[in-house]
Structure formats: C-alpha cells, structure tokens
Design a protein. Sequence first.
Length: 229
Amino acid sequence: MLKLCLNRIASSSKYDSIQPRLCQCATGHPGRHDEFPFLRDLFKTNPSVANKIRRDSVMTTGAAWKSADAGPNRILRWVMLLSDSQLLKFGINMQQLKPQVIAKLRDKASTYDDCMGVARKLTWLTYQMDNAPNISPETKAYLESFGMQFSTSQTTKCLVCRDRLSFESFSRAQRGKAEIETGHSNPRLHNSDNVGFIHRECNIAQGAKTLDEFYGWIKTILKRVETDV
Ligand SMILES: [Zn+2]
Ligand SMILES: [Zn+2]
C-alpha cells in the first residue's frame, strides 16, 4: 500500500475539529496537497461524475428536503459517529428527529478512512465501466498500489442485478435522477468491501435489505408466484 502524505488540508468546515481532511497523495509528492488525487482526471473530463464519487463517499444521503424533523439532508459521514450530546454542540439535535430518521443517519456513519477507501473503490469501478474514459498511468498506478487490479476482461456490474454498467448511465437521467447510484451489499456498512454502483431501479428494489436478504425475498416471491396458479 502506498505511503500517504496525510498533510492536513486547510478547510473552513466547522467539523474540522472532529476530523481534519488529509492529503491522500504519495508521501513527498510534488505540487499542492490533494484529498482526491485519484479523481483529478475525472474532475477535468467528467466533473459531475467526480463530484458524485466525492459526495457519495463522504456525505450521508438524508431526506431530500431540509427541515427540523427530517434532519440534515447531507452531512459528513464521520460526524454521525459522534454522540447525541457532541452533535448538539454542532447545532444538530438528534432528539428532535423521528426514530427512523435517526436510524437512517446513524446507519450511514463511517470513519474517514473508510470513506477514503470507498472513494478509491468507486473511482476504480467507474474506470472499468463500458465506455469509460481512459485512465491515466498516474491514476492507474495510484489505485493499483491499493491492490485494485485492472484487466480488460473485467467490467463493472450492478451490485444487485449483475448487469454490466455503462459510464454513460451517469448522465442518462430519468426524472432528474441519474440512472446509476452508489449502493451497498449491506446498506448499514459504508466501506470499500461493501460498496458499488447500482441501477436506480435496483437500489429502490433492494431498499434497506442486505443483498442476501433481498435475493431470499425475491426467491420466495417467485416460488409463490409459480405455485399460485
Ligand atoms: Zn500532500
Ligand atoms: Zn441493476
């Protein structure tokens, strides 16, 4: 594994005291410190995809709206590791939220390191989609140093339905929503082993179930449908 610079990156976020943002470049690197050096190329060619990877890696997805009882709609995942009383100091009153909102936010908590691992994994998966842009030798070497191998016979598939994913699906929007989303084999674990891309429809179908639970559920439905004639 690559030895990282981990220099603190200046930020104006009020959450910096919880977890500073750290440079993820190789130690002794030239140029400026950068938290997402592996996304540099994508930020140039496909900024919306790069932004999505960065956002989905580090932010929770809460309610689509922001209101007192819906809670914060997007918040850094490691902030959700704090206790209720610590969160109150940051102006987040968990006790006034509905139990299902609290559960949803807490399920999405994750450490900073896991979030960085997720960002690398999603970048690697993106470059292996059908019709993906070519990866630069620098980005390839960076991801390979984390054990992510590239092979021409490998294609990124939907985590749920296992159909091949095309890079173009990122921009092919349905009713304002992208066709592919970030998903998890177990929706309550946000780490590189557990994360992948999922069709929007597959994500909705999976809901809060783990993949094992989801497939078991589908099997019982199909069995019932087959015998109920
Ligand atoms: Zn650095
Ligand atoms: Zn799918």
